[in-house]
Design a protein around this ligand. Structure first.
Ligand SMILES: Cc1ncc(COP(=O)(O)O)c(C=O)c1O
Length: 409
């Protein structure tokens, strides 16, 4: 193999594609056709979504699962169900997908950003504690990339200040913390089944909880404010139709059957690759605390320290891509730097408090640093591959490092 970089005309380390996503087969086909021919396509008269809710909840250590249209709506409904008053503050990380904070605004509450830890990429409990004010009512802990957040510390803070903890487990299907499933670690959790996620129905989401009252409130809000003892056209709370359809339920039941095995494969490969890449100067894979007993590797994340590595992030990414390794820089800004927050483009939401908010003053240097110059993401389907696939990824990184002089400029 030529050692010349593929970017500069050499032979790429990898020409074979990595495993494709989504994975599907006869099981999806069988269930989908059953739904089709039954004519019961909606959640209210079919059985796929109901079956999925129960199975997914049980697999994630919970009594209740309420499936809905996506993982943004499920975050908002979890906040609404908790009865948190308008203008209350909800602590969120700045390094996450937009929904973690936009759902707070749509629930008419104020997102307050607390920085992440530079090694784990999850909320830093010290930053959470520092962000608490008398108006704080909740914390959204994102299990970023599929690695559970520091839930012992976060739950201790929540107990001390009487706060609700919502897990944003959009990346964390099948992950576990001290052998307890993600989704059962806080008071209520939200998962996403959008196309890129570790199990998918194209779009979809679910709330899991062990709290009977929260579950009842979520179920009501996702179903037009109905209650089990009410008549059909009886609506109790502000709500809507956010029910998941039966075709999606059918696909998710089949996807769930594969989750355990796929999660173990991703976790094994992710740990192996982290150990290989850590040998290179300036490469810092997401640090995994011993509390993380299973990482779902929705993303494999690492920091490149350009000084230590000998070349900056973007040329390294371009060189890796040319070697046949799909990778990306991830978010370009911390969330509070997005135009939505900079311009407070909140529409009809937060009418009372918007004037006093100033997101330009938010200080989250760790999130800013990884967005601006350090973070690299590899997606979950790569980790459904073999050890030889991981070796190819490691080889490409090593090759780019050997040739760092050539891409430094
Ligand atoms: C961390 C996080 N939270 C929430 C969501 C929202 O999920 P959805 O796209 O299903 O609305 C996503 C997904 O893309 C996400 O990555």
């Amino acid at each position: 193999m030529s050692q010349k970089l593929a970017l500069l005309g050499g032979t790429p380390v990898r020409t074979k594609p990595f495993p494709a996503w989504p994975v599907f087969g006869k099981a999806e086909e069988k269930r989908l056709l059953r739904v089709l021919h039954s004519g019961k396509w909606g959640r209210l008269n079919g059985s796929e979504v109901a079956e999925f809710e129960q199975r997914f909840a049980t697999a994630h250590g919970c009594k209740h699962g309420i499936a809905m249209v996506n993982g943004t709506v499920s975050l908002r409904i979890a906040l609404m169900a908790a009865g948190i008053p308008a203008d209350a503050e909800v602590i969120v990380p700045p390094y996450t997908f937009f929904s973690t904070a936009s759902a707070v605004i749509e629930a008419n509450m104020i997102p307050v950003f607390a920085d992440i830890d530079l090694e784990t990429f999850n909320l830093d409990p010290k930053a959470v504690e520092a962000a608490i004010t008398p108006r704080t009512r909740a914390i959204i802990a994102v299990h970023f990339a599929g690695q559970p957040a520091d839930m012992r510390a976060i739950m201790a803070i929540a107990r001390k200040h009487k706060l609700l903890v919502i897990e944003d487990a959009a990346h964390a299907h099948g992950a576990s913390y001290r052998n307890q499933p993600a989704g059962s670690l806080g008071h209520v959790a939200s998962f996403s089944f959008q196309s890129s996620k570790n199990m998918t129905s194209g779009e979809g989401g679910i709330i899991t909880t062990n709290d009977d009252a929260l579950a009842a409130a979520c179920r009501s809000i996702h179903n037009c404010g109905r209650i089990p003892t009410g008549i059909w056209y009886e609506h109790h709370v502000i709500s809507g139709n956010y029910r998941l359809g039966e075709f999606q339920g059918a696909i998710l039941n089949a996807q769930l059957d594969r989750l355990e095995k796929q999660t173990n494969t991703r976790d094994r490969n992710g740990q192996y690759l982290a150990a290989q890449l850590s040998k290179l100067p300036g490469i810092h894979p997401q640090v995994r605390p011993t509390d993380c007993t299973r990482h779902s590797y929705h993303l494999f994340m690492l920091r490149i320290d350009g000084q230590e590595f000998g070349a900056p992030r973007m040329p390294v990414i371009k060189a890796l891509q040319a070697e046949g390794i799909p990778c990306a820089a991830g978010y370009g800004w911390s969330l509070h730097r997005q135009p939505l927050f900079r311009n407070k483009a909140f529409g009809p939401y937060l009418p009372k408090s918007s004037a006093r908010l100033n997101y330009a003053k938010v200080h989250c240097p760790n999130s800013d640093l990884i967005c601006r110059e350090q973070c690299v993401w590899l997606e979950q389907s790569i980790f459904l591959g073999t050890r030889a696939d991981m070796d190819d990824v490691a080889k490409a990184f090593a090759k780019v490092h050997q040739n760092r002089e050539a891409i430094r400029a």
